[in-house]
Design a binder for this molecule. Structure first.
Ligand SMILES: [Zn+2]
Length: 146
């Protein structure tokens, strides 16, 4: 049975691990992320692990169709997942999507955020349960970028 000191040490160890993970998740590690174009991807962009490395895979066909500004916003959204540590923390999908949109709204260049806002407004009430509707995402962008 652990004594008081043992418990305190255990608690300190847990706090150290949490602080380490927090740092690892909030430090900008964009430089370490490889990006791969893949026209077979059934999505605009995803964050995944390839050969043990965090990677962003995007579909250049979608990018051509929606334009570079919107496409780059979606890439920023994926960098949000990376920088917020969503691959590690396994946050609730809807919460993770919300946070990644917010991160992108704060960190992407303004012209990309504006283009994404117009794109989402144009989607109207189309969407899915994790990301929300286009209108909800547009409102999220304007709230988060203030
Ligand atoms: Zn996402």
């Amino acid at each position: 049975m652990p004594n008081g000191k043992g418990l305190k040490m255990k608690r300190l160890a847990y706090i150290s691990i949490i602080l380490f993970l927090f740092n690892a998740c909030t430090v900008d590690r964009s430089f370490a992320v490889q990006e791969y174009p893949d026209t077979r991807l059934n999505d605009i962009a995803i964050t995944t692990v390839i050969n043990g490395q965090v990677a962003i895979v995007y579909n250049p066909n979608h990018c051509n169709r929606m334009g570079n500004l919107v496409c780059n916003f979606f890439r920023a959204h994926e960098y949000g997942h990376v920088n917020l540590g969503h691959l590690i923390t396994r946050a609730h999908p809807a919460r993770a999507e919300f946070e990644a949109d917010c991160w992108a709204a704060r960190n992407a260049p303004r012209d990309q955020v504006r283009a994404a806002y117009a794109y989402f407004m144009n989607q109207g009430f189309m969407g899915d349960w994790a990301h929300g509707t286009g209108v909800q995402r547009a409102q999220r962008l304007s709230r988060c970028s203030q």
